[in-house]
Design a protein around this ligand. Structure first.
Ligand code: G6P
Ligand code: MN
Length: 443
C-alpha cells in the first residue's frame, strides 16, 4: 500500500488501523510518499513508536520519488494537501476579506483549493494508470468529491473517494435511537460534505421519524444541536454537518471572521509546532502526536458549534473513524468481504438529476469488484437544487483546471450559491491567483 501525503499528520491513524489487522491478505508493506522529506522523517518516527511490540507490523519505507512509490502498488491512498496549511489559511483569509466563506471544502475556499489540487490529482491518476494499472486508489484528498471525479476520468471506477463525516453522522443517529450502528441501514445521499440522512432503518422500520418527533433526543447529539430541532423537523432529514455552512451561512461567516485565527491558521501553527518538535530526537514522537491530535479533534468546527451554541464535542465523536472507513474498504476489496459503506463513486443512475459520471456520496456495496452504489429514493427539490448547483460549480472547476481558463474559474466562483456577486467572484480569482503559485496556470 502506498500513501501519498505520507508525511501527513493523519497517516498514523491509518497505520494504527493496519496494526490491528492480523488476518490473511492484510497489508504487509507500506510505502510513504511525500514531497517533504522532513515531514516523512517525522511520521516514520511516529509509526515506529506505534508499531513497537506488534510482531506482524507492516514494514514501512519512505520516498520522495513519486513514480517509485507508485510502481506495482495494490492500493494507493491519496491524502495530499497542495499548498499546505499555509494555502488553507490563505484560502480562508481571502474569502473572508470578501465577506464569503473560505472553508477548505465548501464555497469559495473549496473552489480555490480544488483549482490548485485537481491538476496535481490528475497527474497522479495518469501515473497510477501507467505504473500501477491494477491498483485501487482510495482518495482522501479534499475537496474529496471533486478530486475523486477528476481522477475517475483517468481511472474509472478504480478510484473511490472516502470521508468520515457521513459515517460519524450515521453512527450518532443510530446511537441516539438506541441501535448498534452495524445493525442500522443509513439512508444517506448527496455530494461529499453535502448530503442528508433521510431515514434510518432498523429491522424494516424507519426510526428517523421517532427521532425527529423527540426534542430531547434531537438535543442529544452534534447535528441536533448544530441545526436545532425546529430546522431538522422542517427538513425531515438530518443534514451532514457541513450543511451548517449553507443553512446558517451568515452566522458561520460571522463566526469565522470573529475568530482570532481561522481553522487553517490554527492548524498551520499547531502542525508547525508538531513537526518541529518531532525533529528533536529527545521528544517522544507518539506522545506529542497524540496530544496534537486530541487538540485538533476537540476544536473541529468550533466556530460553527459556537455560532449555534452547540457546546463541546462529545467524547465518542472525537475519533472520527477516518482510518476505519479506509481499512473496511480495503478489506472488502482485497478479501471480497462484502461490506456496505458510504463512499464517493460515479453516480451511474442513482440520482436522476445528475449524469452517470458525476461523483456522488452514497451507500455502496463493496466487494472484490469495487464499490457498487445502492439505489436510493430521490432527494427533495431543495436538496436536488443544491446538489445540482454545486455539481455545476465542480464541473466548471474541472474545466478550468483542464483549459487553464481564468474566465471559467470566475464562472466557477460566481455560480456557487455561497458567492453572492459576479464581482466578488472576479476579485476572488484575482486574490487567489496573486497568492497561490499553484494557480499560475490560470490565464
Ligand atoms: C472531517 C472531514 C474531513 C476533514 C477532517 C479534518 O473528518 O470530513 O474532510 O479533513 O474533518 O478537519 P480539520 O479541520 O481538522 O482539518
Ligand atoms: Mn470529509
Amino acid at each position: 500500500m502506498t500513501i501519498l501525503g505520507g508525511g501527513g499528520f493523519r497517516v498514523p491513524l491509518v497505520y494504527g488501523a493496519l496494526l490491528g489487522d492480523h488476518a490473511d491478505g492484510r497489508v504487509t508493506r507500506v510505502v510513504l510518499h511525500d514531497v517533504d522529506a522532513g515531514r516523512l522523517r517525522a511520521i516514520v518516527r511516529v509509526l515506529a513508536e506505534r508499531a513497537a511490540g506488534v510482531p506482524d507490523a507492516p514494514e514501512v519505507t519512505a520516498t520522495t520519488d513519486l513514480d517509485e512509490a507508485l510502481r506495482g502498488a495494490d492500493f494507493v491512498f491519496s491524502a495530499i494537501r497542495v499548498g499546505g496549511l499555509e494555502g488553507r489559511a490563505d484560502d480562508e483569509r481571502i474569502a473572508l476579506a470578501e465577506g464569503v466563506l473560505g472553508q477548505e471544502t465548501v464555497g469559495a475556499g473549496g473552489i480555490a483549493f480544488g483549482l490548485r489540487t485537481v491538476p496535481v490529482a490528475v497527474d497522479i491518476a495518469r501515473r497510477v494508470a501507467r505504473l500501477a494499472p491494477d491498483a485501487w486508489v482510495i482518495n482522501f484528498t479534499n475537496p474529496a468529491g471533486l478530486v475523486t471525479e477528476a481522477m475517475s476520468r483517468h481511472l474509472g471506477d478504480r478510484v473511490i473517494g472516502i470521508c468520515d463525516s457521513p459515517v460519524g453522522l450515521g453512527r450518532r443517529v443510530a446511537r441516539v435511537l438506541g441501535a448498534r450502528p452495524a445493525e442500522a441501514w443509513v439512508d444517506y445521499v448527496g455530494l461529499n460534505h453535502l448530503g442528508w440522512v433521510r431515514g434510518l432503518r432498523i429491522a424494516g422500520r424507519d426510526e428517523l421519524p421517532r427521532l425527529l418527533a423527540d426534542p430531547v433526543l434531537l438535543g442529544s447529539f452534534e447535528e441536533g444541536r448544530l441545526f436545532g430541532a425546529d430546522w431538522l423537523r422542517s427538513l425531515g432529514a438530518i443534514p451532514n454537518e457541513y450543511l451548517h455552512y449553507y443553512y446558517f451561512n451568515r452566522e458561520a461567516v460571522h463566526g469565522y471572521r470573529e475568530a482570532g485565527r481561522t481553522r487553517g491558521a490554527f492548524l498551520r501553527d499547531q502542525q508547525a509546532g508538531f513537526y518541529a518538535g518531532v525533529a528533536d530526537p529527545a521528544v517522544p514522537a507518539l506522545e506529542l502526536w497524540d496530544r496534537t491530535r486530541a487538540e485538533r479533534e476537540a476544536t473541529y468546527m468550533a466556530e460553527n458549534r459556537e455560532a449555534a451554541g452547540a457546546g463541546e464535542r462529545e467524547a465518542e465523536d472525537l475519533s472520527g473513524g477516518y482510518e476505519n472507513v479506509a481499512l473496511a474498504l480495503m478489506r472488502a476489496i482485497a478479501r471480497d468481504e462484502r461490506a456496505t459503506l458510504i463512499l464517493n463513486v460515479r453516480n451511474r443512475g442513482t440520482l436522476a438529476a445528475l449524469d452517470g459520471d458525476a461523483v456522488i456520496e452514497v451507500p455502496c456495496l463493496v466487494d472484490a469488484h469495487g464499490a457498487h452504489p445502492v439505489a436510493v429514493d430521490p432527494l427533495p427539490g431543495h436538496a436536488t437544487g443544491l446538489v445540482c448547483a454545486v455539481k455545476a460549480v465542480e464541473r466548471e472547476v474541472l474545466d478550468a483546471a483542464r483549459s487553464g481558463s481564468r474566465t471559467t474559474a470566475v464562472k466557477a466562483f460566481a455560480l456557487h450559491p455561497l458567492v453572492d456577486s459576479v464581482n466578488v467572484a472576479r476579485r476572488l480569482v484575482d486574490g487567489y491567483t496573486a497568492v497561490h503559485p499553484g494557480l499560475a496556470y490560470l490565464r
